[in-house]
Structure formats: structure tokens, C-alpha cells
Design a protein around this ligand. Structure first.
Ligand code: MN
Length: 213
């Protein structure tokens, strides 16, 4: 799942690890196809275009690139923040999804979430609130802070908690895209319905792996 880091001349989006229709009825096939093949691909194309003047940057790991945006040439900082962020966030988001019932929460993960949030219900409620209250476009995240504590945040646009410019920092361990393009075809203005449907297709196996690292 790290094919998008390092191994090609330019940044390329990773293939989905499941079929477009595998998340039905919670996330529909058409949305998945457009989201992956067009939206995500556009972030990659725009990132590659932004780096044309500085081809040595194609060799960087995407995480390294977006973490240290302030150290990049000034004329590409905004493009890398938006398109490098979009490239990374979507690459990560696809790994957070799995067909319903194939990557369930284990008792061990449940215990970790209960320790951090009091109960699974309160964990979900806090995450849903972060996702729904994000004004405009952005993302909801579960992150692991350097102290080891788990925390729920949201970020605007294509920002994330790896970026040095981010107000709150930490390692992403779960995310949900709440841009309208992620849900509008099926859910229209009902973002909360999309957020609640998401719980059916979370790849908890991956979440647990990331928390443990
Ligand atoms: Mn998106």
C-alpha cells in the first residue's frame, strides 16, 4: 500500500484495493469511480505540474513533501499544500475503507477507543460532530498525538495533521473525506447520513495497525 511513495518519476495514485461497487450501498459505485479516477487523479496531476520546475522533488516521499511545506520554494508552497495534501489524503483515505463486514473492530481496538473516549458511542459521536461541523470542504480525523493519546480533529481543504503548518499535529489513524464530491451524488445535502453510513465500511484492521505502530 505504499506504491505512491517514492517508486516512480512522478506521483501516481494507488489503485483501489477493492472494486468500485464494493462499498455499496453505503458509498456508491459512481461516487467511488469519479472520486478515485477523476478527483484524486487531478490532485496528482496538479501536484506533478507544480513540481515541474523542481523535478528533484518528484523523488521525495509524499509525507516528507507535505510535512515541510515551508522549506519548499515559495512559489509552489500553496500548490503543494493543496494538491500534495489532496494526493496524500485520498491515498490514505482509500486504505481506511473496506467492504462491510470484512475488517471489523476487534475487542483490543474497542478497548483502546473506550480508554480514550469513554465509550464507542461517544467516540463515534465526537467524530461525527467533527465531520458534520467542518464548514465547507475538509476532513475529519482520528489522530495519534506524540504523547500516544488519540484525538479527533477536522481540517479545512486538503490540510492534515502531518503538515508543520497545521495547528494540531499528530499521526493520522483514521479519516473521512467530507468534501461534497465524496457524498453528494448519493446523499446530497445530508452529510450526517453519509458520515453514519461510513461506519459500515471502515477498515478497522488498518486503523488498529496504525494505532499500534
Ligand atoms: Mn475527496
Amino acid at each position: 500500500m505504499t506504491t505512491y511513495m517514492l517508486c516512480s518519476a512522478q506521483f501516481k495514485i494507488p489503485a483501489l484495493q477493492f472494486k468500485y461497487n464494493a462499498l455499496e450501498p453505503y458509498i456508491d459505485s459512481t461516487t467511488m469511480r469519479i472520486h478515485h479516477d477523476l478527483h484524486h487523479a487531478a490532485y496528482a496531476a496538479n501536484l506533478n505540474k507544480a513540481l515541474e520546475k523542481y523535478p528533484e522533488l518528484y523523488k521525495k516521499d509524499i509525507v516528507e513533501l507535505i510535512t515541510n511545506i515551508k522549506e519548499l520554494p515559495a512559489d509552489i508552497q500553496t500548490a503543494v499544500r493543496n494538491n500534495g495534501g489532496g494526493f496524500y489524503n485520498h491515498s490514505f483515505f482509500w486504505t481506511m475503507l473496506a467492504p462491510a463486514g470484512t475488517a471489523n473492530m476487534t475487542p483490543e481496538l474497542e478497548k483502546i477507543l473506550v480508554t480514550n473516549f469513554g465509550s464507542i458511542d461517544s467516540f463515534k459521536a465526537e467524530f461525527e460532530k467533527a465531520a458534520v461541523n467542518r464548514f465547507g470542504s475538509g476532513w475529519a480525523w482520528l489522530i495519534k498525538e506524540s504523547s500516544g493519546k488519540l484525538r479527533i480533529i477536522s481540517t479545512p481543504n486538503q490540510d492534515n495533521s502531518l503538515m508543520s503548518i497545521s495547528e494540531i499535529k499528530g499521526k493520522p489513524v483514521l479519516t473521512l473525506d467530507v468534501w461534497e464530491h465524496a457524498y453528494y451524488l448519493k446523499y446530497q445535502n445530508k452529510r450526517m447520513a453519509y458520515v453514519k453510513a461510513f461506519w459500515n465500511v471502515v477498515n478497522w484492521t488498518e486503523v488498529e495497525k496504525l494505532i499500534g505502530k
